[in-house]
Design a protein around this ligand. Structure first.
Ligand code: HSE
Length: 441
C-alpha cells in the first residue's frame, strides 16, 4: 500500500490544521514513511465558507455519514468533537473497515472501551494521541516509552484554556471572563467552555491516562472533578505569598499491596503546587504531563495543549503510525491502551474520602476573640496538623480571610472538620478548600 487515503470529519480549528499538514507537509511525510498520505475527502456542515486552503481535488461532503462509508477513504479522522454524533460516525467508519484517528477526548473517555473492541474485531486501528495533552506525545510516551515501568503517579496540567486563564489572572490581573473569551477566540476552548473551566475536559483526559497507566478500564464517570470557576485573583495572590501557584491538575495514583494494583485514585481540582517545581512554570496554553515509574523515576513532558497546529501535529502523528504498518500490520502497533486487551481490568476507583492530601483553607471569619481558637481546636480534634496560617492586618470587627495550610490528612477527615467549622457562628460564607501537592520534580 503505497498511498493511504484520508478523509476528515469536521473542518473546524483542528480539522483545518490537519488538512494543512496533509497538504503542506506531504513531501516530508513521504520521506519519513516511504508512502504517500493523501487528503481525499472532508466533511463539514458548512461548505460555503473560505477555508483559507486549496482544497481542490478533495471531495467535500456536507454529510459525514456519507464520507465514513466512501470506498476511496482508508482512514477517517474524526474532528467533530463531543459524544454524538461523533460516536455514531466513528462506529460506522470502523464497521466499514476504516482506520480511525480522533482528537476527541470526550468520545474516548465515554465510549473508548466499546470502540476499541469494535476496532479489534474489525482488524483496524484507532489512534487518539491528540485527545490528551494537545501536541505533546504523552500517550506514546506512556504506552511505549515508559512501558517497562510500574507507573507510580500521573500528574497533568491537561487543559490549555484553564492554564491560560490562571496564567493571565496571575500575571496581568486579567478578568476571568475576558481571558476565557480570548481562549475561545484562539481556538483553545471546547464548544461548551464549561467543560474546560469546570474540569470536565481534564477529567476526560485523566481517565484515559489513568487507564493507560494502570491497565484499568476507562472510568470517566468516577473521576472526582472540581474546576477553577471559584478561584479569585485574591486566592492566586494569597497562595503566591505562601510560595505556591494554583494549577488545575489531573492526578492519578495506584493503590494496592505487594505491587498489585487494586484501586485507582483519580481526581481533578485546582491544586497548590510549589513555585519551585517544573509544573509551576508551565504557563499559558501549555500542558504538562509528569509520569513517574519505578525504574525511570520522574519524567516530564511539556508542550502546547490546545490550538490548531499543535493538536493537528498529534493527529497526523497517529495517521503516520497507522500508515507505516498498512496494509495488514495493525498488530504491530502497540495496543491502544498500552496493555493487551485481555489483561486490562475494571479496577475500583479509590473513594474520595480515602484520598490523602494536604490542604489550603480560606475561611472568612468575624474578627473577634476566640475565633481562631475555635477553628484550630476543631482541626486538632480531627488530628489535622497545621503547616502555616495567615491573617492580614485590618480594621477590627470586619470579616477577614484566614488562610491555613495543613499537613496531610484524608479527605473524609478534612470534610468532617470543615462541616463543623462552617457551622461556627463566626464563620461567614463558604470555605474555599484547595488541595496541595508536593512534587519530587
Ligand atoms: N479545550 C481543550 C483545552 C482543547 O483547552 O485544553 C484541547 O483538548
Amino acid at each position: 500500500m503505497k498511498e493511504v487515503r484520508v478523509g476528515i470529519l469536521g473542518l473546524g480549528t483542528v480539522g483545518l490544521g490537519v488538512a494543512r499538514i496533509l497538504i503542506e507537509q506531504q513531501a516530508l511525510m513521504a520521506k519519513r514513511l516511504g508512502k504517500t498520505l493523501k487528503l481525499v475527502a472532508a466533511a463539514d456542515r458548512d461548505l460555503n465558507r473560505d477555508f483559507g486552503l486549496d482544497l481542490s481535488g478533495v471531495t467535500l461532503y456536507d454529510d459525514a455519514a456519507a464520507l465514513v462509508v466512501a470506498d476511496d477513504v482508508d482512514l477517517v479522522v474524526e474532528l467533530i468533537g463531543g459524544y454524538e454524533p461523533a460516536r455514531t460516525f466513528v462506529a460506522s467508519a470502523l464497521e466499514h473497515g476504516k482506520h480511525v484517528v480522533t482528537a476527541n477526548k470526550a468520545l474516548i473517555a465515554k465510549h473508548g472501551e466499546e470502540l476499541f473492541k469494535q476496532a479489534a474485531d474489525k482488524g483496524v486501528s484507532i489512534g487518539f494521541e491528540a485527545a490528551v495533552g494537545g501536541g505533546i506525545p504523552c500517550l506514546k510516551a506512556l504506552r511505549e516509552g515508559v512501558a517497562a515501568n510500574n507507573i507510580q503517579s500521573v500528574y497533568g496540567i491537561l487543559n490549555g484554556t484553564c492554564n491560560f486563564i490562571l496564567t493571565k489572572m496571575e500575571n496581568e490581573g486579567a478578568d476571568y471572563a475576558d481571558v476565557l473569551k480570548e481562549a475561545q477566540e484562539l481556538g483553545y476552548a471546547e464548544a461548551d467552555p464549561t467543560f474546560d473551566v469546570e474540569g470536565i475536559d481534564t477529567a476526560h483526559k485523566l481517565s484515559i491516562l489513568a487507564a493507560m497507566a494502570f491497565g484499568s478500564h476507562i472510568k470517566f464517570d468516577e473521576v472526582f472533578t472540581e474546576g477553577i470557576s471559584k478561584i479569585g485573583a485574591a486566592d492566586i495572590e494569597a497562595v503566591h505569598e505562601l510560595g505556591y501557584r494554583i494549577k488545575l491538575l489531573g492526578i492519578a495514583k495506584p493503590h494496592g499491596e505487594n505491587g498489585e494494583v487494586t484501586q485507582v485514585e483519580m481526581r481533578v481540582h485546582p491544586t497548590l503546587v510549589p513555585l519551585t517545581t517544573q509544573i509551576a512554570q508551565v504557563s499559558d496554553s501549555y500542558n504538562a504531563v509528569m509520569l513517574s515509574g519505578d525504574f525511570v523515576e520522574h519524567t516530564v513532558y511539556i508542550g502546547r495543549g490546545a490550538g490548531e497546529r499543535p493538536t493537528a501535529s498529534a493527529v497526523v502523528a497517529d495517521i503516520m503510525d497507522i500508515t507505516r504498518v498498512l496494509p495488514n500490520g495493525v498488530e504491530f502497533l502497540a495496543p491502544p491502551m498500552g496493555y493487551v486487551a485481555s489483561e486490562r481490568q475494571a479496577l475500583e476507583t479509590l473513594p474520595m474520602a480515602d484520598v490523602q492530601s494536604e490542604y489550603y483553607l480560606r475561611i472568612m471569619v468575624k474578627d473577634k476573640p476566640g475565633v481562631i481558637a475555635s477553628v484550630t481546636s476543631i482541626l486538632a480534634d480531627h488530628q489535622i496538623s497545621l503547616e502555616a496560617m495567615q491573617q492580614k492586618e485590618h480594621d477590627t470587627g470586619e470579616v477577614v480571610p484566614v488562610m491555613i495550610l495543613t499537613h496531610e490528612t484524608t479527605e473524609g477527615n478534612l470534610q468532617a472538620a470543615m462541616s463543623r467549622i462552617t457551622a461556627l457562628a463566626a464563620v461567614e460564607d463558604e470555605v474555599l478548600i484547595l488541595r496541595k501537592e508536593s512534587f519530587a520534580a
